[in-house]
Design a protein around this ligand. Sequence first.
Ligand code: GAR
Length: 213
Amino acid sequence: MSAKKRIVILISGRGSNMQALAEADIAQAEIVAVISNRADAAGLLWAAQHGLTTEAISHHDYPGREAFDAALIKHIDAYQPDLVVLAGFMRILTPEFCRHYTDRLINIHPSLLPAFTGLHTHQRALDSGCRVAGCTIHFVTAELDCGPIIAQGVVPVLNGDTADTLAQRVLKIEHQLLPKAVADFVAGNLVVEGNRVKNLADAVTDNVACLKN
Ligand code: GAR
């Protein structure tokens, strides 16, 4: 059997997606470190309590974005990761950082990209009158929230929704989608072709969907 793929997860806060990924206990994956730019991130405590290696590297300790990202690369690379997962890592990354991890850096974003890149995605979806909302998992490129899309999950926007109620509904599918995307990555099912990700495991399903249409 081939060696497990080594995964480093970056978080900034609660860490519920990191938790979902850890609890999925993907057979071919090993979470080798959880790193946060905030020492007080709740997710860091959870990770430590569950036997994961944790590190806090504060961006405040560096003179700028380039210096912080360079340090972050050094810390991450010490774990020799096959995959780096941004799971609520609330920092804009330098092009150098993105390039360094080309095709092995993925992000979960709480909107149906390419709509609503950046922040306040749920309020913006409500303000735009969207009937559906959701989340996107994508490979990271230098352009913010714009890399090849691996998976998307959709939920309805309901009458009376607030940004909070919508966020809760979207978060539930984030927790399902992220472990599945990581499982597909470590299984070698994801092939990046330009801006499109071909999922070899979905090939049959894709064909069936085409026939139905
Ligand atoms: C998640 O909703 C994730 O999609 C979002 O932050 C939240 C983190 O929650 N990420 C972004 O907004 C990235 N631009 P968590 O810490 O409980 O996983």
